[in-house]
Write a protein that binds this ligand. Structure first.
Ligand SMILES: [Zn+2]
Length: 254
């Protein structure tokens, strides 16, 4: 099965700012990637969260190694992966032609990446139980090829074959019916793998909170009593998706 490519709808939020210049309080935090939190536009985060839960229900631990990138992040990545030349071919940037180093994944010219619009994710998979995710298995990739569009994600034109892990949220400031159905279902309780650090999640735009697995984004218990949520946050040092107002009211440990 091929990988669907859908032209992403513009988000009002990201259109208001330059690429890689979206302030954190316009985005939400989602599952940690390699020891830090990733950031996405709110509706992209909702789609990602629902898709991670869908993947979990199918037996996969969907994770990520990259989400939003600031312009400075993108510049650093671009310079790391390319060598500058005075003549083409390459990508033209800052009066030089930049050619990809052998064996490197591509990095978009700074200011043009969908990562800088808060809507791209480098997907990964947790397969060995440690905190660092592994690359996507062919089985999870096949699941994504069948299911990602129903959560609002597709691959990116031009790199859909070379970067199967790079997905883009194409629904702008809306979510899919499947994501809505997931949110309305109330997230059934499941077993909590003891080795997995747990995080508290609050959905954007509501006061509902759940416990979720930090490694795969799957909710494990519904409707935490708000009175219990705050001490739990302090103990585990984690939040996953939060409202900006709520984020302002709590301290997130490193
Ligand atoms: Zn990417």
């Amino acid at each position: 099965m091929g990988r669907p490519v859908v032209t992403p709808a513009e988000s009002v939020i990201s259109a208001r700012y330059g690429n890689g210049q979206i302030p954190n309080d316009e985005m939400v935090q989602v599952a940690p990637e390699l020891g830090r939190f990733g950031w996405l536009l709110p509706d992209a985060a909702r789609g990602w969260h629902a898709m991670a839960a869908g993947a979990w229900a199918a037996g996969f631990r969907l994770d990520a190694t990259g989400m939003y990138r600031s312009l400075a992040d993108q510049e650093a990545l671009f310079v790391q992966r390319h060598t500058p030349h005075l003549t083409p071919p390459g990508k033209f940037w800052r009066l030089r032609w930049w050619r990809l180093k052998p064996g490197m994944a591509t990095a978009a010219r700074p200011g043009t990446s969908n990562h800088g619009k808060g809507r791209s994710i480098d997907a990964a998979e947790e397969t060995d139980g440690d905190p660092a995710p592994e690359g996507l298995t062919s089985r999870l990739l096949a699941w994504l090829e069948t299911n990602a569009v129903s959560f609002g994600f597709s691959w990116e034109r031009g790199i859909d074959r070379s970067e199967p892990w790079h997905v883009v949220y194409f629904l702008g400031d809306t979510v899919s019916p499947r994501t809505l159905a997931y949110e309305r279902a109330g997230h059934p309780s499941t077993q909590n793998p003891p080795e997995v650090t747990m995080f508290v999640v609050a959905t954007f735009g509501s006061t509902d909170r759940w416990l979720v697995s930090a490694s795969n984004g799957r909710p494990v218990r519904t409707a935490i009593d708000p009175a219990h949520a705050e001490p739990f946050e302090r103990k585990t040092g984690g939040l996953m998706i939060v409202t900006p107002a709520w984020l302002d009211s709590v301290t997130v440990a490193a």
